[in-house]
Design a protein around this ligand. Structure first.
Ligand code: FPP
Length: 229
């Protein structure tokens, strides 16, 4: 049996708050540790022979409902993360891209995001995509509205696939940490035929070792894409 090839991996990083609560720490400490996990998993993916893109759900359109203090902390953490990460992106040949409506963010943060995209755009070992103020329904709706504005009256599946913001739209494998088994409005169109993997591990505890085991599991699965095999 031929092995499945993992090109596009998507991750719902969940459990930062519970990780912190288990240790009697504030939720923000969980997010800080979670940011370190993003770094470790990204560099692991950059070294992987087949993975081309890794898309992380970093901030959803629903995350604005969190306490103001926590939202502000997440924004500052993202800014710090991108500032610090530039060196890693360049030394590991990683391209950074954002998806989602970042216009809701402060101007300096938007500039940081756009500059990081610009400075890393020729890097080729991996594309790290951060979904920021992202919602799957919003992405599909905005794609359709763009097509309508272009004067289209009939819209095909290919039109939508090509109009989405997400680079390399087909996702091969989605991992969600922390034991929750939901999609939570992430990449709804692109996940249509993805393999799903749910692990009880909380995101700050997730390691490259576990990722490698999950990839081995994915490689052995039978993927039928609606047909027979
Ligand atoms: C879910 O944990 C995590 C998020 C809000 C998204 C991921 C955010 C990070 C990994 C923080 C750092 C991000 C960047 C890009 C620097 P939760 O708070 O929902 O955990 P809980 O369900 O245990 O409360």
């Amino acid at each position: 049996m031929t092995k499945n090839i993992l090109k596009h991996l998507a991750i719902i990083m969940d459990g930062n708050g519970r990780w912190a609560a288990e240790r009697g720490l504030s939720r923000t400490k969980g997010h800080e540790k979670g940011a370190e996990t993003i770094r470790a998993i990204t560099t692991c993916c950059a070294k992987h022979p087949t993975v081309e893109t890794t898309t992380f759900y970093a901030f959803s359109t629903e995350n604005w409902k969190r306490p103001k203090f926590e939202v502000e902390f997440l924004m500052k953490l993202l800014n710090r993360y991108l500032q610090k990460e530039l060196e890693t992106y360049q030394s590991h040949n990683i391209r950074f891209q954002a998806i989602g409506d970042i216009e809701a963010f402060s101007k300096p943060l938007q500039d940081r995001i756009r500059n990081t995209e610009e400075l890393t755009k020729y890097n080729t070992s991996l594309t790290q995509v951060l979904a920021l103020n992202y919602g799957g329904r919003a992405e599909i709706t905005s794609t359709v509205n763009t097509l309508i504005a272009q004067g289209r009256t009939t819209i095909t599946e290919d039109d939508i696939s090509q109009g989405l913001q997400t680079p390399y739209t087909d996702i091969d494998l989605l991992i969600r940490t922390s034991g929750e088994e939901r999609i939570s409005n992430f990449l709804l169109w692109q996940l249509s035929y993805s393999e799903l993997y749910f692990t009880p591990t909380l995101w700050p505890d997730f390691t490259s070792k576990e990722l490698k085991k999950i990839i081995e599991n994915f490689e052995q699965r039978t993927r039928r894409f609606g047909g027979v095999k």
